[in-house]
Design a protein around this ligand. Structure first.
Ligand code: HSE
Length: 399
């Protein structure tokens, strides 16, 4: 029997408890071992819980119990979760998490401790909720040089975009539903301003390169400026609008970004709606591979955590270097202002004024003063838009 603890009994932590309890027989069948929850750490009281005796408020009780070899961290954030994860790894317990903030901020240090103690620190649930993406990237696609990763990686924003622009809901109603459904972060600014996606693309890029792709090197923009007019014009072009996190890896140099993008209908990301996420990986040998599924929510995220827990049980919690990265590489990032992109623009200027500045543009039929530019560098685009003036919106176009 493997005895485990759950740290944090919110949406995800309670989902882990439910799966470990309800699917105990299948877990035992598949791992050849019984997985038993011995403690649940939470500062709140759960007096109505059927196993209320499991709850503790002090992480040291778990750390001091040698019977517990495995811990699921579902606390979120990078303060107490960091302190307690470190504590557990240092006393030789394996830790499994969905905490993308912690993995993206402190992963390098936590991997180092896990390596020293020869235990696992696994984080499949940190990107894409229930979608298998970390393991496919690290194992199944290992033979490839990864050339690009493009993902709809935030369930909350994809849900909001779908509800606002397909069902005419207001932003506030869609966001409050996303909170009620357990999709949004405690502070949903991280969702709507793109920081959650930034952390996720940082994690995937770090795994693909083997060096830490720091979040502060990833220009990030959320969905709050997207208007109904933008979406209507995009539809006239045969495109949808999605919040995309991407990284392109050329000759070992990374260009990464989080931003809304126009997605053409022949791209598999085009029709991904609601809470669903999809991550498109471009390998030099395999070509395009896309993983699709529920990107947020209790059961979906807990399913990925329990999959990791079972993996640790099967492999007895040894450190696997492939699920880690080293320090940031010097000059690992390309200059993002040199990146080539085509842009969709809406503005208050006449066609003649637009053509004078941008030369070759494709105007959008049925949308006043909306156009798509040819490909140009980010800095060239900034100069041209500053010169044109009267810009209402600018959105990159997926190529
Ligand atoms: N708030 C996140 C999302 C949760 O909406 O995708 C899953 O990481």
């Amino acid at each position: 029997m493997t005895k485990m603890a759950i740290m944090g009994y919110g949406v995800v932590g309670s989902g882990v408890y439910d799966i470990v309890t309800k699917n105990a027989d299948t877990i035992t069948d598949k791992t050849g071992d019984e997985l038993k929850v011995k403690y649940i750490l939470d500062i709140r009281d759960f007096d109505d819980h059927p196993e209320k005796h499991l709850f503790v408020k002090d992480a040291d009780i778990i750390a001091a119990d040698d019977e517990v070899t495995l811990v699921a961290e579902a606390m979120g954030g990078a303060t107490f979760a960091y302190e307690f994860t470190k504590k557990m790894l240092l006393v030789g317990k394996s830790v499994v998490t969905s905490n993308k903030e912690l993995v993206s901020k402190k992963g390098t240090e936590l991997f180092r401790i896990a390596k020293e103690k020869n235990v696992s620190y696994m984080f499949e649930a940190s990107v894409g909720g229930g979608i298998p993406i970390i393991r496919p990237l690290v194992n199944c696609l290992a033979a490839n040089r990864i050339q690009g990763i493009y993902g709809i990686m935030n369930g909350t924003t994809n849900y909001i975009l779908t509800k606002m622009f397909k069902e005419n809901q207001s932003f506030d109603v869609a966001l409050s539903d996303a909170k009620r459904l357990g999709y949004a972060e405690q502070d949903p600014t991280a969702d709507v301003e793109g920081f959650d996606t930034m952390r996720k693309i940082s994690i995937l890029t770090s795994l693909a390169t083997g060096w830490k792709a720091e979040c502060d090197k990833i220009p990030t923009e959320g969905i709050t400026k997207i208007s109904a007019e933008d979406v209507a014009c995009a539809e006239k072009l045969g495109c949808s609008v999605k919040l995309i996190g991407y990284s392109k890896i050329v000759n070992g140099k990374v260009t990464a970004r989080v931003c809304p993008m126009l997605i053409p209908s022949d791209c598999p990301l085009y029709g991904v709606e609601d809470v669903f996420n999809a991550i498109l990986v471009k390998g030099d040998m395999v070509g395009d591979v896309m993983m699709y599924g529920r990107g947020a929510g209790k059961e979906a995220t807990a399913s990925a955590i329990v999959g990791d827990l079972m993996d640790v049980v099967r492999h007895k919690g040894v450190f696997d270097k492939n699920f880690s990265w080293d320090e940031e590489a010097e000059n690992g990032f390309a200059d993002s202002s040199d990146e080539l992109n085509a842009f969709f623009v809406r503005c208050e200027k006449t066609k003649a004024e637009i053509e004078k500045v941008f030369n070759n543009v494709k105007f959008v039929n049925g949308c006043d003063n909306a156009f798509v530019t040819e490909e140009m560098t980010e800095k060239e685009f900034e100069v041209k838009t500053a010169s044109l003036g009267g810009i209402l919106s600018k959105i990159r176009v997926y190529k």
